[in-house]
Ligand binder design. Structure first.
Ligand SMILES: Cc1cc2nc3c(=O)[nH]c(=O)nc-3n(C[C@H](O)[C@H](O)[C@H](O)COP(=O)(O)O)c2cc1C
Length: 224
């Protein structure tokens, strides 16, 4: 093999190796145990502007209220829950719990009992976000649990969007009667307060994201 041929072979091998890294399967996804091409996603992401990916997900997320019947994969549910639990919380109390509902009859019961969560009847899945009062801060700062569980909820909505799913925040607390009604359906203990129900699934509608930028909402230093 002459020198020129040798370099050509090496270049080809490097090209094939690179392509393999970008397209290789993590090995478990074929068994539906984890995400497809997890390693590849990281490799590819490192070559592009990751801030653009994050900001794009934030600006393109929109409430989705119609879903396909396709079930949501378990690995996606876990990633979404991990995103929820990655949220900030006051004093890092993490005063939350998450109930995953994928039983059709229970989803219908939720929908029938609360018109504002009616889309749950046609969703393959809902995540019920609760504040855990056993972990909430005692005293004056107790209500911080609402902000903590809300931060987790927004993370869940963004993660669902990033994974190609659609979801919507349907409110319960501070409607105490509604929060108790959802808790009753799901046998959620009294230590937990239902903040919201998040029906989700593969989207069966594609509403345009709303452009909410409003310069009038912004102030610098002392209000003029
Ligand atoms: C605290 C809260 C409660 C909400 N409750 C409901 C609800 O009960 N039913 C519903 O369809 N959407 C509900 N939404 C979704 C809002 O209607 C939606 O976020 C808003 O119209 C903005 O649209 P977007 O999410 O597409 O940007 C709720 C959102 C928040 C933050």
């Amino acid at each position: 093999m002459n020198k020129k041929h040798f370099f050509k072979v090496v270049a080809n091998l490097l090209f094939i190796g690179g392509a393999f890294v970008l397209s290789s399967c993590c090995g478990k996804c074929c068994k539906n145990e984890t995400c497809p091409n997890e390693g590849a996603a990281v490799t590819a992401a490192s070559t592009v502007d990751s801030s653009a990916i994050v900001l794009d997900a934030i600006s393109k997320r929109t409430s989705i209220r119609a879903y396909q019947e396709t079930p949501v994969e378990d690995w996606k549910v876990e990633k979404i829950l991990r995103a929820g639990m990655a949220a900030p919380s006051a004093m890092n109390r993490q005063p939350w719990s998450f109930t995953v509902v994928n039983d059709k009859a229970i989803l219908k019961q939720i929908a029938d009992s609360a018109p504002n969560a009616g889309m749950a009847a046609n969703a393959p899945l809902a995540i019920v976000v609760c504040g855990d009062m056993d972990k909430a801060i005692e005293g004056d700062a107790r209500e911080f649990w609402v902000q903590d569980a809300s931060a987790a909820t927004e993370n869940i909505l963004l993660a669902a969007h990033a994974l190609g799913l659609g979801a919507v925040w349907t409110g319960a607390y501070p409607n105490v009667a509604k929060a108790k009604m959802f808790a009753g359906i799901l046998n959620i203990p009294e230590s937990q307060t239902v903040l919201c129900v998040i029906p989700m699934g593969y989207p069966a509608e594609s509403p345009a994201p709303k452009d909410k930028w409003n310069e009038g909402n912004v102030h610098y230093n002392v209000w003029k």
